[in-house]
Design a protein around this ligand. Structure first.
Ligand code: CO
Length: 161
């Protein structure tokens, strides 16, 4: 919706990635419990229980902001890719922006047609919530790691957490 008539950084594709909203903003944190407490107590936000995501070697907590969420992310294990991020920024920091789309496969096809590289396997994969998502190479997108996440649909299985 917001991105019809989008700005193209690489050109080539005819299909836009149709973003329907902001899903969440991912912030890397060194201490998940401490960060959750800050948002629960200082900002009076609703904060989820911690969710382990072994596939990405991270543990996350969602902070409900009303119109969007923060995803606080901490490493799960010493070989987590996030541990490297925190080595460079021990205090934590902005890690990724997650945009919602109606259909992750359509968005992936549009991204590829536009020359945007999908990280990892190169295709959408199910997130911990069961919905497909993928990450775009930040080098082609304002230097910002961008997650494209399929929004919940009627009839989706309930999340496992
Ligand atoms: Co995310």
């Amino acid at each position: 919706m917001c991105c019809r008539g989008k700005t193209r950084y690489d050109g080539g594709g005819d299909l836009p990635i149709e973003v329907t909203g902001l899903s969440h903003i991912g912030i890397a944190v060194p201490d998940l419990a401490a960060a959750a407490t800050v948002f629960r107590e200082r900002f009076s936000c609703k904060v989820s229980e911690p969710i382990d995501v072994p596939a990405q070697k991270v543990r996350i907590v969602y902070v409900d902001l009303g119109n969007a969420r923060l995803e606080l992310i901490a490493p799960l294990g010493v070989d987590s890719p996030l541990a490297k991020f925190l080595e460079k920024r021990p205090e934590g920091g902005l890690h990724h922006v997650a945009l919602a789309v109606a259909d992750a496969d359509d968005a992936a096809a549009a991204a590829k047609a536009d020359g945007l590289r999908i990280l990892g396997s190169g295709a959408p994969a199910a997130g911990h919530h069961g919905r497909p998502l993928f990450f775009l190479d930040p080098r082609a997108l304002l230097g910002t790691l961008t997650e494209i996440e399929q929004a919940p649909r009627a009839g989706d299985p309930p999340p496992s957490h």
